[in-house]
Design a protein around this ligand. Sequence first.
Ligand SMILES: Nc1ncnc2c1ncn2[C@@H]1O[C@H](COP(=O)(O)OP(=O)(O)OP(=O)(O)O)[C@@H](O)[C@H]1O
Ligand SMILES: [Mg+2]
Length: 306
Amino acid sequence: MNNWVIETKGLSKLYRGRYAVSNLNLKIKKGDIYGFLGPNGAGKTTTIRMLLGLIKPSKGSVHIFGQPLEKERLSILRKVGSLVEYPSYYGHLSAIDNLEAIRRIIDAPSAKIDEVLNIVGLSKDARRPVKGFSLGMKQRLGIASALLGNPELLILDEPTNGLDPSGIQEIRELIKQMPKQHGITVLLSSHLLSEIELTAGTVGIIRHGELVFQDTIERLHRQAHEQGTLSLVVSEPEQAVAVLQEQGLGVSLMNNVILLKHIPDAAIAQAVKRLVERNHAVYRIEEKRQSLEQLFLQIVGEGGRP
Ligand SMILES: Nc1ncnc2c1ncn2[C@@H]1O[C@H](COP(=O)(O)OP(=O)(O)OP(=O)(O)O)[C@@H](O)[C@H]1O
Ligand SMILES: [Mg+2]
């Protein structure tokens, strides 16, 4: 047994001779918030549908809670709450009545309705017809429905799609409390890094159906940091470039500013020492970090399909 809540091996889906999802090895830790990121058409929804047993993989396997999805589908899905694309409701019914309809199907205790309405912050509006709800309120009601069955795992496909910044913020706060306060592991997809950056512990990035990055958000930060540059302002830039090149450093000069690729701290100290020994005045050293968003765009390839 291992502690992955979700583990896929070689998960693939072929549509009309093309892989919409190809050879995915997802690993989602218990108690984590896993941000599943990718541009439009990357294969997020297709993957999530396979995780929920809504469509059959062309190849590969899915284990959830350590059990094979193919064999244990019903017992697994009883412990999974999900929201895929736009949830559907009876618009003329209230939030409570909509939840009651679902509660009966899944046979959850009545007390659960108040509890989930409270978690998603809809208690006050619970008796209003849902057709008058804002998009953000509808999404929160969708999450409330997903929570009714007391899930151990919550799978949310682009829950912030179409919401305004305050709606996004509300959903983000709601998701953040899931592992800590309710012991629920969360998989959430998005096409915007900024939407999951503050929420997720682990990030999986999918591009053209392939997983191109899977690690902690800290690791992604570090990668962005390492792809940044240093700029040096010195008294005699051209001679200083020669000094740095003697040390084997990759440097370039732009508008009298020396640009250096990211190097370890010790190498920076050494370079500055050499410059000072040769009587160069070092006026300024600046680190230009690559933003996480820039790195993400670079990973997924800005222009989409080449
Ligand atoms: N039922 C289907 N039949 C044929 N092709 C499909 C089907 N569903 C998805 N695809 C294709 O699979 C690819 C991945 O689609 P998918 O919906 O999984 O992407 P996504 O990452 O969820 O995108 P979005 O951000 O737009 O929701 C796309 O090229 C899409 O056209
Ligand atoms: Mg999708």
